[in-house]
Design a protein around this ligand. Structure first.
Ligand code: FAD
Length: 434
């Protein structure tokens, strides 16, 4: 088992290459071990480093720290996700619990970037939910009622207003939420790598193959070494299932995205020189599309059951063609060959879109499954799972634990069959929106 990422992601390639990379090559003992160095694991390790300045904390990743999904996402730090209306107060109450967690997530990232003076292209420009289908206006009107009930500032927009703001006449209906931030995901996670406390030892390109717990010691096997630890936090998100963590509650989904080169002055003028914006789809399988502050267009329009450890170049190219079509539909005036990079990333899903935040055994903890909100919620859950593992409590933990818990999933092959059928159905419903 080896996680092999493609190395085409523009967000990663914007950063300077890392140096000083240590790989595990010996046997070690530690008080604390964190597996996975994305937003969740880095935040857990940072918090543990602050809480226990005199203890050794080991953080391990199978690839380069932060260069999994945490660098490969679309960069929306969300305050709300689309839920199109509720039939009961109970449902509204559970949606509110979800947005309470999003709010804590935004505050946690905000505090991180203020404390460490991080430049990650932070833009509090809100976000759009948009569709080309006129009938989707009903979904957005229902959503608008929900947002009003919960006090989220937002606007429903006319087609003319949408095309003025976005530079495309593709969309017929849209809702803009004032909350929500756009950022550079790679810069944010790289900052988390750079500020790890001195007592955190980071090992990269070191994949955990196997782990077991015998009495009070958790024994972890890597290719060239073993770590025996007293406490462990699993922060491997899309790979929780492959390590046997909450296997009946989560499953991996692979997403692919593409980014264009920066538009030239002429091209930018041809689409009306819009300010930076981000659109999320109204239908789950529609495209996420973003205009970055440096005039690049990002598009993500796939989500599928795929081997999470590697996507072949050929398969990635096939998905890239789909993304080229998505850009062309929205911006027919732009040239055909402006995509600069395409990449894949793995996330984790649960049946009811609830996150995992749990003590799964004595001294064994796990956090993950954020369903498109991992930038904020992953950073929050990482810090808070470290506090929970220290047997402490916080208001944040109480808010997190008030959420609905993930529900049970059927075993294979029924699981894959069910997920694939659902994705095909959603893809059909959103076929005009890719
Ligand atoms: C294309 C795409 C678009 C997205 N858009 C958004 C968005 O706009 N907004 C948003 O909030 N979220 C978005 N997401 C989701 C977001 O990226 C994730 O929720 C987030 O990265 C989760 O962070 P994490 O630290 O929990 O997991 P990851 O970033 O996946 O980190 C887990 C780490 O664990 C490591 N690992 C796995 N197995 C092992 C092992 N056996 N041994 C050692 N290490 C291991 C991996 O190498 C990886 O680095 C998107 C994701 C993708 C792929």
């Amino acid at each position: 088992m080896r996680i092999i990422n493609d190395n085409y992601c523009s967000w990663v390639n914007d950063l300077s290459p890392r140096t000083n990379i240590k790989t595990l090559s010996t046997n070690l003992n530690s008080e604390w071990l964190v597996i996975g160095a994305g937003y969740t694991g880095l935040s857990a390790a940072r918090k543990l480093g602050q809480l226990y300045p005199n203890q050794k904390i080991i953080l391990v990743d199978a690839q380069l720290a932060g260069e999994g999904a945490s660098s490969r996402n679309s960069g929306y730090l969300v305050d709300t996700t689309l839920n199109d209306g509720f039939t009961s107060n109970k449902e509204l109450e559970s949606y509110k619990k979800k947005t309470d967690i999003y709010e804590l997530g935004i505050n946690t990232v905000k505090k991180f970037i203020n404390d460490y003076q991080v430049d990650c292209d932070w833009n509090e420009c809100g976000k759009y939910f948009a569709s080309s289908r006129i009938e989707d206006k009903k979904i957005l009107t229902n959503f608008s009622e929900t947002l009003s009930k919960l006090g989220f500032e937002h606007n429903l927009l006319s087609k003319i207003e949408i095309s003025k703001r976005l530079g495309t006449s593709f969309y017929n209906t849209a809702l803009h939420t004032k909350g929500g931030i756009l950022l550079h995901p790679g810069k944010l996670v790289r900052a988390m790598v750079d500020v790890l406390p001195n007592n955190v030892i980071l090992f990269e390109n070191s994949c955990l193959f196997n782990w077991n717990k015998i009495k009070d010691i958790i024994s972890c096997e890597f290719k060239n070494g073993k770590i025996n630890t007293k406490k462990i936090i699993f922060a491997t998100n899309g790979f929780l299932k492959s390590l046997g963590i909450k296997s009946n509650y989560n499953f991996p989904i692979t997403l692919t995205a593409s980014m264009t080169r920066p538009l030239t002055d002429e091209e930018f003028q041809s689409i009306g020189q819009p300010k930076e914006w981000g659109v999320l789809p109204v239908r789950p399988m529609g495209a996420t599309i973003r205009m970055t502050k440096d005039r690049r267009i990002l598009i993500r329009n796939t989500a599928e059951v795929y081997n999470p450890f590697k996507m072949s170049k050929l398969d990635l190219e096939k998905r890239s063609i789909n993304q080229k079509i998505g850009i062309k539909k929205r911006f027919p005036q732009l040239p055909d060959n402006i995509i600069q990079s395409s990449w894949s990333g793995v996330v984790s899903r649960t049946r009811n879109s609830s996150q995992i935040f749990e003590k799964i055994d004595h001294n064994v903890f796990a956090a993950g499954c954020y369903n498109g909100s991992g930038i904020g919620v992953g950073t929050l859950f990482g810090e808070q799972i470290a506090i929970k593992a220290s047997e402490e409590n916080t208001e944040e933990i109480e808010t997190i634990e008030a959420r609905n818990k993930p529900t049970w999933l059927p075993p294979q092959p029924f699981l894959n069959l069910g997920v694939k059928t659902r994705l095909i159905y959603e893809r059909l419903r959103a076929r005009s929106e890719i």
